[in-house]
Ligand binder design. Structure first.
Ligand code: SAM
Length: 338
């Protein structure tokens, strides 16, 4: 019953905001995503309509303000606000094509990453988490919203201004304890070392060869892989014994040049787990992903006797999935020390 009321609250707000976005989009003749950002900015700015060069007109601005009055974000929890924003961003994907590397990390993946972080952090009372490609901040917020028993501080870096605008709306809306940095994560970072890095890594070539040369995981010939370099950057930003949980392409270590990355990981840390995400989460074989867990070397970290590898069962297979979570608990307790 309570769950139903929660869904209804999100739904009611969604419908009103969606109507306001469409009205603004048509008035500004803009992309849906831009109208979404402008609408959320207006809502956060005490529901005042931002007017530029006479647009929206006074008449439309009044209509928008009337719609905004009906929006009641204050009755939503931070997690419900995240879900509401997630629905609006998903709607934008149905009207505009977004390249895979820029897509928000869905809850199905975020909740698994978050489960791992909760288990790893179980004996800590204060943690810092960094996302090197924070995008809309959906993954980082999913992880942080599920940690209730300790102080959490988040850092998010991204080099895409539209996505970072969404991240900024998301963190302001949820009043999350996240600092955002608009920059290339492979450039110098003014962020302290952290306990955990979580990142749904962009996949493909990194265009700046000169900068890539500063990383051990660069390719000898041609462009280097952005996801390799970002794993190296993550290892640099982790405290000793810290853990990186990365969403990576399935079969990543079977690719050419992967040996170089593997050597780097083994030099700096321990590859503790590589789990393939359930295949039914992906519409095509080439976009399938895995979760990679690396622990940085330190006084407590040890190579897990049993590297956790394999397939994560589908969420629909309830018994298998629940057994899998029990297996994770057992593995973390026996193999991960920090
Ligand atoms: N987890 C994010 C979310 O929930 O919205 C989505 C991550 S998306 C798959 C990968 C992100 O990496 C994109 O937002 C992209 O802009 C960012 N990215 C790609 N190259 C980057 C770089 N060199 N520095 C920082 N961010 C980068």
């Amino acid at each position: 019953m309570r769950m139903m009321q929660n869904i209804e609250k999100i739904q009611a707000n969604y419908e009103k905001i969606e109507k306001a976005i469409l009205m603004l989009q048509s008035e500004l003749e803009s992309e849906y995503l831009d109208a979404l950002i402008e609408t959320m900015d207006n809502l956060l700015d005490d529901k005042k309509v931002h007017v530029e060069n006479g647009k929206p007109t006074e008449k439309v601005a009044k209509e928008l303000e009337q719609l905004y009055v009906e929006v009641s974000l204050e009755e939503l929890t931070a997690e419900q606000k995240r879900q509401l924003l997630q629905l609006l961003i998903l709607k934008s994907y149905s009207v505009e094509k977004i390249q895979a590397n820029h897509q928000m990390t869905p809850d199905t993946i975020g909740i698994l990453v978050s489960y791992l972080i909760q288990k790893f952090a179980q004996n800590k009372n204060k943690i810092e988490i960094l996302d090197l490609g924070v995008g809309t901040a959906n993954l980082l917020s999913t992880v942080m919203n599920r940690i209730h028993d300790k102080e959490v501080h988040g850092y998010g870096v991204d080099n895409d201004d539209t996505l970072l605008a969404l991240a900024s709306i998301s963190t302001e809306l949820q009043q999350s304890n996240i600092e955002l940095y608009h920059q290339d994560a492979l450039d110098d970072l003014m962020i302290p070392d952290v306990d955990f890095v979580v990142s749904d890594l962009p996949v493909g070539y990194y265009p700046l060869d000169e900068r890539a040369q500063q990383f051990e995981t660069h390719n000898e010939k041609g462009h280097s892989f952005a996801h390799y370099l970002l794993i190296e950057r993550a290892m640099q930003k982790l405290k000793e014994d810290g853990l990186g949980v990365f969403v990576v392409p399935k079969g990543m270590f079977e690719k050419e040049n992967a040996m170089n990355l593997l050597k780097y990981i083994q030099k700096q840390g321990h590859l503790q787990s590589l789990l393939n995400l359930p295949t039914d989460l992906f519409s095509n074989k080439n976009s399938m992903k895995s979760i990679l867990v690396i622990q940085k070397k330190g006084p407590k970290a040890k190579q897990a006797k049993e590297v956790l590898v394999g397939e994560i069962p589908s969420f629909k297979q309830r018994k298998e999935f629940s057994d899998f979570l029990t297996e994770i608990d057992r593995w973390v307790n026996s193999s991960i020390k920090l």
